[in-house]
Design a protein around this ligand. Structure first.
Ligand code: ADP
Ligand code: TRP
Length: 321
């Protein structure tokens, strides 16, 4: 079973990204053959800055390697290192109706927000279909916002297969229904666009500032506090085991401690949780050539599969005269 996932290189990652997506992706290395790539071409739809794109790609690679992406077990590469995907993108464009793309929620949402639409943004789902179909992916783990893109991929594949025969494997989106939305420091969904994040790899000072800035009510020290509605406790649930949580509940129920104390307990747990990854991340930050080698190795593995698939596709469509 082949599992494929693309990650947009967005630079900094917060604990919402980690628990919502990255952790699951790393764990899926045990469920099947994982193909994971950094979606550099897709990032160009929103990023038009050379330095930022280059830095974000490297940063995403380092973060994923630090968090446990195993380049031997899995195939891990940067999208634009396997150019075959662009050839397939063109071929698939001819099996994609305008209406299908016009119905895409992500495109509609972005234009509704006033983002100037260009062709890259409009045809984004076709490139995503090429990513998925080029590697005969079976399972595509995605967030809810991406389900429609996988459905569009199936539509495009069906339309192609109807003309040329069973060339493409039908992918399935895998959505984690129980996935909890990680709350931000203000209680709303943690998101870099809301400025309510707790960084995974921020400096000790920054992470402390973020944790100490979690919004709480103003119950005074000498009163018992309600843990159920508390943003600090909700984040504790991600980092503490049941015993530790029971202990926290007792502390909330006992007057004498304030939210500042609970925040410090949370901060300790966050630091304990991520420090092993920070060390590995530090290593890769100082060995970027090694990271480039790993990515080149991944691209070679992916390219072999992509080339074989493209030969098959060129043959059936009439590009192999
Ligand atoms: P952001 O909202 O900060 O811009 P992205 O949209 O780049 O984050 O999300 C990248 C991945 O992280 C997606 O798969 C998304 O589902 C996941 N993710 C982001 N924020 C959260 C959150 N607060 N809780 C759970 N998962 C999240
Ligand atoms: N569009 C995805 C996102 O924004 C990233 C992506 C690009 C992707 N190509 C893909 C995800 C192929 C899964 C499969 O999160």
């Amino acid at each position: 079973m082949r599992i494929l996932s693309g990650i947009q290189p967005s630079g900094t990652i917060h604990i919402g990204n980690y628990f919502g997506m990255i952790k699951k992706m790393i764990e899926s290395q045990d469920d099947g053959e994982l193909f994971a790539f950094i979606a550099s071409y897709h990032a160009m739809t929103s990023l038009k800055d050379k330095e930022a794109l280059e830095n974000n790609i490297m940063e995403a690679a380092i973060n994923f390697l630090a968090l446990g992406m195993d380049p031997e077990k899995s195939t891990f590469w940067v999208q634009h290192d396997v150019k075959e995907v662009l050839e397939l993108y063109w071929i698939l464009s001819n099996h994609t109706s305008m209406g299908l793309l016009e119905r895409a929620h992500s495109y509609k949402d972005k234009t509704a927000k006033g983002i100037q639409a260009n062709h890259g943004l409009f045809s984004y789902p076709v490139l995503m279909a090429a990513d998925i179909l080029l590697y005969d992916s079976n399972i595509v783990p995605v967030g809810k916002d991406q389900i429609q893109h996988v459905e569009m991929t199936r539509d495009i594949a069906t339309s192609f297969n109807n003309v040329y025969g069973e060339i493409f494997t039908m992918p399935e989106a895998k959505v984690d229904e129980v996935l909890q939305t990680v709350p931000g420091t203000d209680g709303a969904k943690m998101s870099k666009s809301y400025g309510n994040t707790i960084d995974m790899f921020g400096t000790a000072k920054k992470v402390k500032k973020q944790v100490m800035g979690i919004v709480t009510d103003s119950t005074p020290l000498e009163e018992a506090k309600d843990y159920i509605s508390c943003n600090v406790y909700k984040l504790c649930e991600l980092f503490m085991n049941q015993d530790e949580l029971t202990q926290m509940q007792k502390r909330y129920a006992t007057p004498g401690e304030g939210y500042g104390h609970f925040k410090l307990a949370l901060l300790d747990k966050i630091n304990d949780h991520f420090s092993p990854y920070s060390e590995k991340r530090e290593y890769y930050l100082n060995h970027k050539d090694e990271v480039r080698e790993i990515l080149a190795h991944g691209a070679n593995k992916a390219r072999k599969i992509a080339q074989a698939k493209m030969e098959q596709i060129r043959e059936v469509v009439g590009l192999n005269y």
